[in-house]
Design a protein around this ligand. Structure first.
Ligand code: SF4
Length: 437
């Protein structure tokens, strides 16, 4: 009888206590805290750090990326969880254990898109991982979807605007650097141009100069244009995939640096495309899934403004003519429509095949599709869409690489080297035939 009562009690008891309290972050005490962020967006987070510093937040972008980071992740996250969660949590705990930070005055922060994927549940996962060793460390979320209210930095309209421009400028920095570095005649010139542009962006954010985006983009193009570049053709390799492993050097085993070391030009699509993808998904939700019209309207206005700025920036590139601009987002949407429905929006959804198609259309036929272990949505929309993309672009040379705690870097790089062997062969044939590419 006693056993039966116990069984009944167990059945009604929730397995997780969602009412459990957790440490809160009081924005009023922001000056005392160091906020650690994972090294997810190396081109953008350093600009964002400057933007939030103006408001009194001390943000530090973590650069620890030894094997110990992955091991900490494995210790604190179930190994069925997708790889980015493991990397992010491992990086936090490894940093907190380093003794460099006072846990009583440290918080950790993560960005969230608010989509339907697991990333929207990373915050409880991080709290659970920190609980055993650093229960006093608050977990903040930076998102624009109304998640984790009261556990974020204070985001008002002006910060929102500055963050959007930080993304635009981070994209330009990444685009210009990647189109310069492989061709520089004097070693280090591209790095010096990057440092100068970064300083220029920092100065623009000290006042309202960041609003003059055409002028600032022109300056950046001008500075990179000063770098003497060789005229030779190099193998261009696009990087698409899940947002974390696409950009994070920890997540993708330093993929951009590896491609540069192989004498290739990495072509990394803009982060703003992901932001616009999230906005468009919210608009599509109204049409496809019956979401309130009011929200659809708000997102439509935001989209129009952001897309207008993107188009203006692209026009600056085109007018100058020395560098290729980032993709036009409406073009990306048209590319998506050839392969997949825009209702497929879990993870990076339709954005991945759209980017693969747009890269092929604009002369980047070699592509690494970066996919984290345990990421079902991106295996479907990434690797799963390769065949459909190849049907449209038969010369497309795609390799899907899994990033995982147990996958060796050598193995990943060897698979990319095989893809590069075909790419070099194709380039040689095109040069021989005098094709216009
Ligand atoms: S998109 Fe993939 S990696 Fe990202 S949260 Fe979802 S399952 Fe995880």
């Amino acid at each position: 009888m006693q056993k039966k009562i116990q069984e009944q009690e167990n059945q009604t008891k929730p397995t997780v206590d969602y009412t459990e309290d957790y440490p809160r972050f009081d924005p009023a005490g922001r000056g005392e805290y160091t906020i650690l962020v994972p090294d997810m967006l190396p081109w953008h987070f350093d600009i964002i750090r400057q933007v939030v510093a103006k408001r009194g937040y001390k943000m530090e972008v973590l650069k620890n990326d030894s094997r110990a980071v992955i091991d900490e992740g494995l210790k604190h996250v179930h190994n069925d969880t997708c790889y980015p969660a493991l990397c992010v949590i491992g990086q936090y705990i490894d940093a907190l254990k380093s003794g460099k930070y006072d846990p009583d005055k440290t918080a950790v922060m993560i960005t969230q898109s608010g989509g339907g994927c697991r990333a929207s549940n990373y915050v409880p996962l991080i709290r659970k991982a920190l609980k055993a060793e650093f229960p006093q460390v608050p977990v903040l979320s930076l998102n624009f979807a109304g998640l984790e209210k009261g556990n974020s930095i204070e985001v008002d309209l002006s910060l929102l605007l500055e963050l959007a421009f930080a993304i635009f400028y981070g994209d330009s920095l990444m685009t210009l650097y990647n189109q310069t570095k492989p061709y520089e005649v004097h070693e280090g010139d591209a790095d010096r141009a990057r440092t100068d542009c970064f300083a220029e962006i920092g100065r623009a954010f000290e006042g309202k100069g960041y609003l003059h985006y055409k002028k600032l983009t022109k300056k950046m193009i001008g500075r990179f244009g000063e770098v003497e570049r060789r005229k030779e053709k190099k193998v261009r390799v696009g990087i698409v995939g899940e947002i974390y492993v696409k950009y994070s050097p920890l997540g993708n085993s330093h993929l951009e640096a590896f491609l540069l070391s192989e004498g290739c030009e990495p072509v990394v699509p803009a982060l703003m495309d992901f932001v616009l993808y999230c906005i468009v998904n919210n608009i599509n939700d109204t049409r496809l899934y019956g979401r309130t019209k009011k929200m659809g309207l708000v997102y439509s206005i935001v989209y129009k403004v952001a897309y207008h700025i993107q188009k203006q920036i692209i026009s600056v590139y085109k007018k100058d003519g020395r560098f290729e601009p980032p993709h036009d987002f409406e073009h990306l949407r048209r590319c998506a429509d050839k392969v997949i429905n825009q209702g497929v929006k879990m993870g990076e959804g339709w954005l991945i095949p759209a980017e693969m198609a747009a890269l092929a259309e604009t002369g980047t036929e070699n592509i690494v599709c970066a996919q984290p272990f345990g990421c079902l949505p991106n295996h479907i929309a990434g690797k799963g869409a390769v065949r459909a993309v190849k049907a449209l672009f038969p010369d497309e040379n795609v390799v899907a690489i899994d990033y995982d705690s147990s996958a060796s870097r050598v193995n990943q790089e060897n698979r990319i080297k095989l893809m590069l062997a075909t790419a070099r062969e194709n380039l040689k044939n095109k040069e021989k035939s005098g094709a216009n590419y």
